[in-house]
Design a protein around this ligand. Sequence first.
Ligand SMILES: Nc1nc2c(c(=O)[nH]1)N=C([C@H](O)[C@@H](O)CO)CN2
Length: 124
Amino acid sequence: MDKVYIEGLSIQTTIGFFEWEKEIKQTLVIDLVMGWDTAKPAENDELAKTLDYADISIKIAEFANKNPVDLIETLAERLAKFLIDTYHIPWLKLKVAKPNAVHNAITVGVEIERGSQANNSNHG
Ligand SMILES: Nc1nc2c(c(=O)[nH]1)N=C([C@H](O)[C@@H](O)CO)CN2
């Protein structure tokens, strides 16, 4: 299956279990890989037939800011569902990292995969 991806998308949002975290914005870094048949938009050079990574990047930041939660697991799960439902994405892998959460770690986070990678195009 072909993929459209967004790597290292840095967003500022309210996220965290502790009370002090609910008063501030913190950095999250998102990596997203989305299954998509990229041959179809390439046939006639049409943005409307692909996953617009620019539009989706904006929607991810908006979604996180509209849906403050305690756990990055919860954000990952809800964001994956939103993306699948909104863009009809058959399969995605989503990584949500919180780089400033553990001071002596480079980063921490979660990675989830949702949907099916079963081939749904004619391109093998
Ligand atoms: N697996 C997780 N562990 C922790 C989370 C989380 O979202 N998932 N969150 C916190 C706190 O919010 C932390 O980021 C504060 O530094 C702790 N562990």
